[in-house]
Write a protein that binds this ligand. Structure first.
Ligand code: AMP
Length: 281
């Protein structure tokens, strides 16, 4: 499997794949791969002739006090994992390849980037939409694969693709979890043993909230306070937000109906974890 670092080299490969009529599936990641990332490659392989994974820790989506420098990286292991599930190519550009000196252009989706994670991570989604636009322009995929783990990201990117008339189908894949329910994340590696044990409370309480909805609960406030109380029972958890919104515009709901998102972000020590469930009633 080829690993390409230069945009011009990748464009040459894309040109020849397209010339021979191949469809291209694309999986953007920041690396330090786990089964969640690999599930996206598997989905892409099923639906496309040629699957490209990008590995790029994108500085513009990290805030000044966030973990850009310390974000875990392991290119050697990532390459063999990506190869093991049949990725055809890894694109791993340097920061200066993506943002050469004098770089000036950003893509910004309004409103839906200011709620949920956007509230506590100002500028984060502007970095995401900018790098994803650049990657889409470089890779020119037919389909791009994203995880429900970052549900707001999928909503924001889908909106951007629609608003900017990009000819790309966005596919959202289910959250892959550890056997105890914790959503897989590259950042789980930061957790101490105690934090790791306690972090299971996130998925556990989300599943219980989902069950309550299935049993007829329709009051978002009651569900949010149920979640809050459950999560506050563990020592290390510090809640950033717990919200229930619609899936289309991420607006807070007065009543549970339609396709809804229950999303939360909770800090365990210095590690901020996110998780969610999507429920349809
Ligand atoms: P990241 O490397 O964290 O930027 O994630 C790259 C892609 O993998 C994003 O589309 C994520 O939503 C997706 N992803 C991360 N964790 C998971 C997971 N546990 N299950 C499914 N997809 C995931």
């Amino acid at each position: 499997m080829r690993v390409i670092e230069r945009i011009s080299d990748l464009k040459a490969v894309i040109r020849s794949q397209k010339a021979s009529g191949k469809t291209i599936g694309f999986v953007p990641t920041m690396g330090y791969l786990h089964e969640g990332h690999l599930s996206l490659v598997k989905a892409s392989r099923e639906e496309n002739d040629f699957t490209i994974m990008s590995i790029f820790v994108n500085p513009t989506q990290f805030g000044p006090n966030e973990d850009f420098e310390k974000y875990p990286r392991n290119m050697e292991k990532d390459t063999s994992l990506a190869e093991s599930v049949g990725a055809d190519l890894i694109f791993s550009p340097s920061v200066s390849e993506m943002y050469p000196e004098g770089y000036k252009t950003y893509v910004d989706v309004e409103k839906i980037t200011e709620v949920l994670c956007g509230k506590s991570r100002p500028g984060h989604f502007k970095g995401v939409t900018t790098v994803v636009t650049k990657l889409f322009n470089i890779v020119e995929p037919d389909k791009a694969y994203f995880g429900q783990k970052d549900a707001q990201q999928v909503v924001v990117i889908s909106k951007m693709v629609k608003d900017l008339n990009m000819n790309i189908e966005i596919v959202m894949c289910p959250i892959v979890r550890e056997s105890d329910g914790l959503a897989m994340s590259s950042r789980n590696t930061y957790l101490s043993m105690g934090e790791r044990q306690e972090a299971v409370i996130l998925s556990k309480s989300l599943f219980e909230a989902e069950e309550k909805i299935k049993n007829g609960e329709r009051d978002p406030e009651l569900l949010i306070s149920f979640l809050r109380q459950k999560i506050e029972t563990v020592n290390f958890a510090k809640i950033d937000y717990i919200e229930i919104t619609d899936m289309a515009n991420l607006n807070k709901l007065e009543e549970i109906h339609g396709k809804i998102l229950i999303a939360l972000a909770v800090k365990f020590g210095k590690t901020r974890l996110i998780d969610n469930v999507i429920v349809e009633v």
